[in-house]
Design a protein around this ligand. Sequence first.
Ligand SMILES: C[S@@+](CC[C@H](N)C(=O)[O-])C[C@H]1O[C@@H](n2cnc3c(N)ncnc32)[C@H](O)[C@@H]1O
Length: 229
Amino acid sequence: MPVKLENVVPFGRTLEEYRRMLSLPEDLSGLRILGCGDGPASFNAEASRCGAEVISIDPLYQFSGEQILERFEASVPLVMDQVRASVERWNWSFHGGPDGLLRQRRKAIEGFLADYAQGKQEGRYLEASLPALDFEDGSFDLCLCSHFLFLYTEAFDEVFHLASLLEMLRLSSEVRVFPLLDLQHQRSRHLEPVIEALREAGYECAVEEVDYELQIGGNEMLRIWQATR
Ligand SMILES: C[S@@+](CC[C@H](N)C(=O)[O-])C[C@H]1O[C@@H](n2cnc3c(N)ncnc32)[C@H](O)[C@@H]1O
């Protein structure tokens, strides 16, 4: 399936948001983490400073920092108009409202841009795309995906989802994905068939409540791990 970057909003989140969305441990030091589709999140920059060994992969990293910022700014009016037109469909306990949400997204991209050149040099930001990644088996302790799989249910089919998750499980003994809702705030129709296929393939899967909810009802992540763990 070809990359449909134009369908995917280049908005990023902070370490604080990643911690909550994906129930990350307090101490990240020494943890080898692969972030799939991290885009302009400040997660890599901040978690690296906390001692984690983070690699982020994203097709967006074919672009320069200036180009990524341009794509971000070009998306802001449309995304924020959509959010403001549907304020009652969001839980504002963390962001306070649409303005706070935009402030948080700007904070994330600023943190990302300040780290991008150095991170690229250090190999922490790699241009690559699910579902096929060029790492050795078991290269990571934890593989994360925030706001890509399941959210973009219409743009990426069930086969893509399953192939992506199996690839993440090849690289890491545990995978965590958030959210499980699609862009219409409905539980992704790929979720149940994908869980069934993963269980058939011998993996353990759990849908777990997390301490983050922006889309109302979207406070769950999928955790998948090797049954032998
Ligand atoms: C909405 S952003 C989420 C960014 C970040 N994970 C976060 O939650 O802050 C989705 C990201 O998925 C990336 N993406 C699109 N196609 C992809 C693919 N095939 N593999 C990995 N990432 C992809 C986009 O470039 C974009 O940066």
